[in-house]
Write a protein that binds this ligand. Structure first.
Ligand code: HEC
Length: 190
C-alpha cells in the first residue's frame, strides 16, 4: 500500500515535471508564469522567521542615510535591480526568477525586517546573493531598506547621478578616456 502511494506521488509530481522540462528546457528566457511567481513568493514569505519579519529598522531613514544607501545600491545592486529598482537591466531581464519591480506593492508591502532578511541572507535558487555578515546586525543592509522605501519617490535627477556610480566595464572606461582625449583636443583611437 505504501509503495503504491509512493508510486502515485512519483507519477503525479515527476511525470508532469519531466514533460514540462522536455517541452521548455531549463532556459531563463521566459519569465515565470503568474502562478509560479505567486507560489514562489508565498514559499519565501513563509520561510522568513516571524521574529525576523517583526524586526523594526533601527536606523532613522534620514536624507544622509538614504544618500549613503543610494551610492551603495548603484554600486552593488543596480546591475540586477536597476538604479530605479525596476529590474530592467540586461541581467535582470534574463534571470529566472526575474528581480521584481521593487517600487511596487508586493515589495513595498513587506515589512522592513523581511526586506532586511533577504538582503542579509539572500534567496536560494535565485540570483539574489547574501550581502550581510553572518551574526552581525549590519547597518548598511538596514540603510538599503531605507533606500528601498525611497524608490517609489526617487527623482529623475537622483537616477541620473547614479549612472556615474554604476560599475564600469573596461569598454566603458576606454570610451570615457577616448571622449576625454577628444575633448582635450588629443587623437581619438578606436
Ligand atoms: C546578481 C543579481 C542580483 C544582485 C546583484 C542583487 N539582487 Fe536582489 N534580487 C535578485 C533577484 C533575482 C531577486 C528575486 C528573488 C526572488 O524571486 O525571490 C532579488 C530580490 C531582492 C529582494 C526581495 C524583493 C521582493 O520583492 O521580494 C530584495 C529586498 C533585494 N533583492 C535587495 C537587493 C539589494 C539591496 C542588493 C544590493 C546590495 C541586491 N538585491 C543585489 C537579484 C540580485
Amino acid at each position: 500500500m505504501r509503495k503504491l502511494l509512493l508510486l502515485v506521488v512519483f507519477a503525479t509530481c515527476l511525470i508532469p515535471a519531466y514533460l514540462w522540462h522536455a517541452s521548455y528546457g531549463l532556459d531563463t528566457r521566459s519569465a515565470p508564469g503568474s502562478i509560479e511567481a505567486a507560489v514562489a513568493r508565498a514559499v519565501r514569505a513563509w520561510s522568513v522567521p516571524r521574529a525576523a519579519k517583526d524586526l523594526g529598522n533601527p536606523m532613522g531613514c534620514t536624507p544622509e542615510v538614504i544618500e549613503e544607501a543610494r551610492v551603495h545600491w548603484a554600486d552593488h545592486c543596480a546591475t540586477c535591480h536597476a538604479n530605479n529598482g525596476s529590474g530592467e537591466t540586461l541581467l535582470g531581464r534574463t534571470m529566472y526568477p526575474r528581480p521584481p519591480d521593487m517600487r511596487r506593492g508586493p515589495t513595498q508591502r513587506q515589512t522592513d525586517g523581511e526586506l532586511y532578511y533577504v538582503i542579509k541572507n539572500g534567496v536560494r535558487l535565485t540570483g539574489m546573493p547574501a550581502f550581510g555578515e553572518p551574526g552581525n546586525e549590519d547597518h548598511s543592509s538596514w540603510h538599503l531598506v531605507c533606500f528601498i522605501r525611497h524608490l517609489p519617490k526617487m527623482t529623475a535627477d537622483e537616477e541620473i547621478q547614479m549612472r556615474e556610480l554604476n560599475p564600469k566595464t573596461r569598454q566603458d572606461l576606454d570610451e570615457e578616456r577616448q571622449e576625454q582625449e577628444f575633448l582635450n583636443g588629443g587623437a581619438v583611437k578606436h
